[in-house]
Structures are given as structure tokens and as C-alpha cells.
Design a protein around this ligand. Structure first.
Ligand SMILES: [Mg+2]
Length: 240
């Protein structure tokens, strides 16, 4: 990365600038403020724009949400988001349930609590291996190294070619309707807003195999790895 060329800094939220689903803290807010004086800032998250915005305490930033299916810009007059687009795609539940069961039978996950799959308004889904009603301790103990899900990842991707499949949360596969992923979202944003890829850097924590930041990490866009959101300031020091 040639830092002197960078104009746009894009961020993941959970695990990168906050703890998972926890409000943005003062320390990392100050880091964003410092970066914002030098660069255009952009969030590129897996969650919905509004959820990201609220988790960030209405921080003034434009947001690509739901892997780029949503985009909203901060309005400094109202202090709220102006939604630019919210896409949603039809989802054939019957086909998804059938394929989820093929996966379960192959890997021996036919016992699950609640529903097999969670459906979102966007058309995205979460295949909850232990079921949507599984208890947190059980979920945390299921696959802490992600090995189980990484082993099954290629198979799940083959079963769900109509989705982008990620190893998500503690015990699930998160899927966005293809071609939506963070790289697709960021590349589209660059084309629409006049940035070349070498003017952009992405900051994220989930760059490993199957991680939801991995499409950006594996691309031509520069990537800064954050190992822990508490070290976010240290990790982006090179930009300041
Ligand atoms: Mg993350």
C-alpha cells in the first residue's frame, strides 16, 4: 500500500472497531475522528445500515450495509441517515430448507433447536448449525477455532451457489444473495464515487478463510488487519 495515495478508508464494524454488537467506545471514536480529518471514511458491514449507525452512536459516516445491498449517507443537517437504496431479493425457502438438510445429513447435524435457517428481509440467510434456539454456551463451545465450518465450507458453497457463503458468528454460515459481498460492495462504491482501488484501504478483522472480510483481503484493495478492536488505534497508526 502506498499511503500517500490513500483517499478512502473503509471499515468493518464488529470485531474491528467495536466488540461484537457492543456500542462504539470513546477511544475508537477518537481514532475515527483523527482519520476523518485526513480521509473519506466509509463503513462496509454485514448488518443493516441502521443497526450499524445505532451501534456507532449515530457517528457521522456513510454506510454500506448488508454486504452492499444497502447504502445510506449521513445527513449532517438532521444527524440521521438518508437511505439511498435498500435492495432485497426473493428467497425460495423450500429449496433452502432442502439444501440445509442435505448439509445436515452429510455432516451429522440433524439435531437442532428451533429453526434450521434464519431468513432476513434482504434475502440473506443464516444456516444455524445448532438451530436458531440453541443456547449461547453450547454455541460458543461448538467451533471456537472455526475448523468444523472451514472443513465444510467448500461443500456448503457448492450446495448454495446462489449465495455468497461465510463462516459467521459462533456456529453458523451466513449467506448473502450472490454477488453481494464486501468486495463487490466496495468496488461498486469506488466506481460510483470515483475512487481507484489503490486509493482505498479496508480495515477488518475477519480476513481468514471464509471470513466476511476475506473477499476484500483476497482482492487488489489494500487491507489492514485488526486482531482485536482494542488495538484498532495501533493497527491504523500507519495512516495517521
Ligand atoms: Mg468483523
Amino acid at each position: 500500500m502506498d499511503v500517500s495515495k490513500i483517499k478512502l478508508v473503509a471499515f468493518d464494524l464488529d470485531g474491528t472497531i467495536t466488540q461484537h454488537k457492543v456500542p462504539l467506545e470513546e477511544k475508537n471514536r477518537a481514532v475515527l475522528d483523527a482519520l476523518g480529518k485526513k480521509y473519506k471514511l466509509l463503513m462496509a458491514g454485514a448488518g443493516a445500515c441502521q443497526r450499524i449507525f445505532l451501534q456507532m452512536g449515530k457517528y457521522p459516516i456513510d454506510i454500506l450495509g448488508s454486504y452492499g445491498m444497502q447504502y445510506a449517507e449521513y445527513n449532517k443537517d438532521t444527524g440521521e441517515l438518508d437511505v439511498k437504496y435498500l435492495k432485497s431479493f426473493p428467497c425460495d425457502h423450500e429449496s433452502v430448507e432442502r439444501r440445509a438438510m442435505i448439509f445436515r445429513e452429510k455432516y451429522g447435524y440433524t439435531d437442532f433447536a428451533g429453526d434450521s435457517v434464519q431468513y432476513f428481509d434482504t434475502g440473506g440467510i443464516t444456516l444455524a448449525i445448532l438451530g436458531t434456539a440453541a443456547q449461547l454456551p453450547e454455541k460458543l463451545a461448538f467451533d471456537p477455532t472455526r475448523e468444523k465450518r472451514r472443513r465444510a465450507l467448500a461443500y456448503v458453497r457448492e450446495l448454495f451457489p446462489d449465495f455468497k457463503v461465510f463462516v459467521g458468528g459462533t456456529s453458523s454460515f451466513d449467506m448473502a444473495p450472490a454477488p453481494y459481498d464486501k468486495y463487490y460492495a466496495l468496488d461498486k462504491y469506488c466506481r460510483e464515487h470515483g475512487y481507484a482501488h489503490d486509493e482505498v484501504v479496508f480495515v477488518g478483522d475477519d480476513w481468514g478463510e471464509g471470513g466476511n472480510d476475506s473477499p476484500v483481503y483476497e482482492s487488489d484493495i489494500a487491507f489492514i488487519k485488526v486482531d482485536n478492536y482494542e488495538n484498532f488505534g495501533e493497527c491504523v497508526k500507519i495512516l495517521l
